[in-house]
Write a protein that binds this ligand. Structure first.
Ligand code: FE
Ligand code: CA
Length: 518
């Protein structure tokens, strides 16, 4: 990083200097002058993720100089961690030392096990006499038990220059068990301007390699509202396209074929994603490949199945973007999830005993034919580009008699509530599952309306029971044995730093009755 780049990045991170000083003066922090660090290295906050009934992943990254990822050089640094039952960190139930290595940007991932089920826990890191903020998580209930209630939020599409994370500020006022994040956690685009008051400079080029993807995640993680949400709740995160590049499919970039350059670019982006998020690593090196599709139990009440719609998909049969459906789309040669993940999904639906089968995934599942503009015209990056794979997925839901399948979807920067059907063209076809498409946290800002283009299509798709294209926010879901309730939380603004959230309306899915009551 040049001196100029560094100075510009520091301008952006300027407020962060203030917060680090404030932290050092908080009671309980060590007042001894740190020998190893020029300033508190926990500038990017702390996070937890993927809770089980006995375990959790704890995350932080040492970044005393966030603008300069090489500031810590090649040192491997020991970082102590502890988990306690109280927020003053006195009743410690687990502790140890992890290492922050330069190969993984001095990130720390701790996989803690043997915790008590269904219990609140707090965690904290320290190194070189410096302490991190304290984070909170709740373990899942014992898998053989019923939880009375499960509450989670669903987030997606948080483009930083689009605006403030008003939605996360609203979210932290709740008592949530989890946050599902459905991708577009970061955007790779160059940043020419920002709807935020603080200048965002130093990002005039799009992210393409490990250094620039790391800086992108660093920029996002410096946001205080995002840090507060990560400190408050465990996240269950999957990526979509923009953590790498717009609308890619497997190893094929948009409008192009696979190449060694794109393969290397994708690997760098996946590594930076791992380095900045609290997820388990299933292979020795994140650059080999990162498996993010996974299942999490929430006692007998619910099961979360997280899809990866990006990494294994075949290239779009009818090309990228908006296009007429082609013959190839009606063959069996194409997959959205990859063949192995498809089998894994079906096997999971076969095995599940959970009352609610909740799927977190990226792109729109329901059909959206671009009528009245043109017959047989679809958005090919979504499941509409892979209609036979969608039919296989929904057949597996119906064949395995999944009791309450509910899909949560990201990507569209709009809100939809949909009945999912094996044949969307058949008005009499039964509804086999429910889909909620969650609004963007920020992407589009306050003034990009998606409604004027997509709204006129909706009356031609009666399985779409609710649509809103112009508002940002998130969804909050409350699950009991008898119903799943979704509160649609819209924010008043992402461009005004004092924006607020409110419930626009609520939707309900009753036990054994697929399709939301709107
Ligand atoms: Fe997006
Ligand atoms: Ca997307």
């Amino acid at each position: 990083m040049s001196a100029l780049d560094r100075r510009r990045f520091l301008e952006l991170a300027g407020w962060c200097t203030g917060s680090a000083i404030a932290l050092a003066l908080m009671p309980g922090s060590s007042l001894a002058a740190p020998r190893r660090f020029s300033r508190n290295p926990f500038t990017l906050g702390v996070a937890s993720g993927d809770p089980t009934s006995s375990g959790i992943v704890l995350w932080t990254r040492l970044a005393p100089e966030p603008a300069d990822p090489s500031a810590l050089g090649s040192a491997t640094i020991p970082v102590r961690w502890r988990v306690a039952r109280d927020d003053r960190m006195r009743d410690v139930v687990a502790a140890g030392t992890a290492t922050a290595s330069p190969q993984l940007a001095h990130s720390v991932h701790v996989e803690v096990d043997r915790l008590r089920a269904g219990a609140d826990h707090f965690f904290q890191f320290d190194t070189g006499g410096e302490e991190s903020p304290v984070g909170h998580f709740r373990t899942a209930p014992d898998r053989h038990r019923w939880a009375n209630q499960l509450t989670f939020a669903v987030a997606t599409c948080q483009d930083h220059p689009s605006g403030y994370y008003t939605a996360y500020r609203d979210m932290v006022g709740n008592d949530l068990d989890l946050v599902l994040h459905l991708g577009d956690y970061t955007y790779e685009y160059f940043i020419g301007g920002s709807n935020r008051a603080e200048p965002v400079t130093g990002f005039e080029e799009e992210a393409v390699d490990l250094r620039t993807y790391r800086l992108r995640h660093t920029l996002y993680k410096l946001d205080p509202d995002l840090q507060a949400a990560h400190a408050a709740f465990p996240f269950v995160v999957v990526w979509d396209d923009h953590e790498v590049a717009n609308d890619y499919s497997g190893l094929a970039p948009e409008f192009d074929s696979p190449s060694p350059e794109f393969t290397a670019r994708r690997a760098a982006a996946y590594q930076a994603f791992y380095e900045h998020l609290p997820i388990r690593l299933r292979r020795a090196r994140p650059e080999d490949t990162l498996r993010i599709y996974r299942r999490l139990d929430y006692g007998r009440l619910a099961e979360f199945t997280m899809f990866d719609d990006r990494q294994y998909r075949t290239d779009n049969p009818c090309g990228d973007g908006e296009a007429l459906r082609c013959e190839a789309a009606l063959t069996d040669d194409y997959t959205m999830s990859g063949w192995r993940q498809e089998r894994w999904v079906r096997d999971g639906f076969d095995d599940t005993r959970a009352r609610w089968s909740i799927v977190g995934q990226q792109v729109l599942l329901a059909e959206l034919e671009h009528l009245p503009y043109e017959d047989e015209r679809y958005w090919n990056d979504a499941w509409d580009g892979y209609p036979v794979a969608r039919r296989r997925l929904l057949d597996s839901v119906a064949d395995e008699r999944v009791r309450n399948p509910v899909f949560f979807t990201g990507d569209w920067h709009s809100t939809f509530v949909n009945d999912l059907k094996l044949d969307f063209k058949d008005l009499a076809a039964p509804t086999v599952a429910t889909e909620f498409v969650t609004p963007a946290i920020t992407t589009g800002g306050d003034t990009t309306p998606y409604g004027p283009y997509y709204g006129p299509m909706v009356p031609f798709s009666p399985h779409i029971k609710y649509f809103e294209g112009d508002r940002r926010g998130y969804m909050k879901a409350t699950v009991t044995r008898d119903e799943l309730r979704v509160d649609l939380r819209f924010v008043s603004s992402v461009e005004d730093p004092n924006g607020t959230g409110r419930t626009e309306r609520s939707f309900f899915v009753e036990d054994r009755r697929p399709g939301a009551v709107v």
